[in-house]
Design a protein around this ligand. Structure first.
Ligand code: GLN
Length: 243
């Protein structure tokens, strides 16, 4: 069994090399928004985090050089569609709407939207947000869900940091944000707390241009290998400590 696997992987390597020499790009350009810890953030001038590390392993597996392009979250899908970037990897939730514009890989992790408020807030569950002023990052799933809250006023920011600042300054009542980045923001400020009840449960996946089906297949094959070998869990556990 082992021997067969080795032969198969040797064959794959040969095929991959053949691809590389047939003039296909040797770079894997990842579009992201590096203000979303622990998935992607800038540390010491470098983009680090769960997505950056998984992307590096995928690039290694595909024999490509990883190049990370930092941009506004709501520019990422267009960058992939236009070919400016090969992949979207930005803690990006799989949604039916986005599937109209790009393809998604198999999901690599679960996620959720949560509510962050100031200590002392009366908000205890998503239902309590009715009629309130809610801060979101523009173009995110938090933005989409906020639209369904009856009577709510939505303040859209280009960065979550700005939404958090507005919350601290009492300009808004709550921020809807992904769970893990939300935890990071709360841990950095003792005036903030997170509501236990999750707003929605989601999945993150890698976005690829519709026509780039070969790359999508290659990425799914890499992801499967990384999942089977436990590498993905290892990276996630390095950044997210179990409670
Ligand atoms: N998961 C959210 C979304 O896909 C937010 C992602 C982000 O801001 N990087 O819309």
């Amino acid at each position: 069994m082992k021997k067969a696997l080795i032969i198969v992987s040797a064959l794959c390597m040969t095929l991959l090399c053949a691809c590389g020499s047939s003039g296909k790009s040797s770079k894997l350009v990842m579009a992201t928004n590096a203000a979303f810890p622990p998935y992607e953030s800038v540390e010491g001038g470098k983009i680090v985090g769960i997505d950056a590390e998984i992307a590096q392993l995928i690039a290694d597996d595909l024999g490509k050089e990883l190049v990370i392009e930092d941009m506004a979250f709501d520019s990422i899908i267009a960058a992939v569609q236009s070919g400016k970037a090969d992949i979207a990897m930005a803690g990006m939730t799989v949604t039916e709407d986005r599937k109209q514009n790009i393809n998604f890989s198999t999901p690599y992790t679960e996620a959720a939207q949560v509510i962050v408020v100031k200590e002392g807030s009366t908000v205890a569950s998503p239902d309590d947000l009715e009629g309130m002023t809610i801060g979101v990052q523009i173009g995110t799933t938090g933005d989409i869900y906020a639209e369904d809250i009856a009577g709510a006023t939505i303040e859209r920011y280009s960065k979550y940091f700005e939404a958090i600042q507005a919350l601290l300054q009492d300009k808004i009542d709550a921020v809807i944000v992904d769970r893990e980045p939300g935890k990071v923001f709360v841990s950095q400020n003792e005036e903030l707390k997170m509501i236990d009840e999750e707003f929605t449960v989601e999945e993150y996946a890698i976005g690829v241009a519709k026509e780039n089906t070969q790359l999508l297949d290659d990425i799914n094959a890499s992801l499967k290998k990384l999942q089977d070998s436990g590498k993905i869990d290892e990276i996630i556990n390095k950044y997210i400590k179990a409670e």
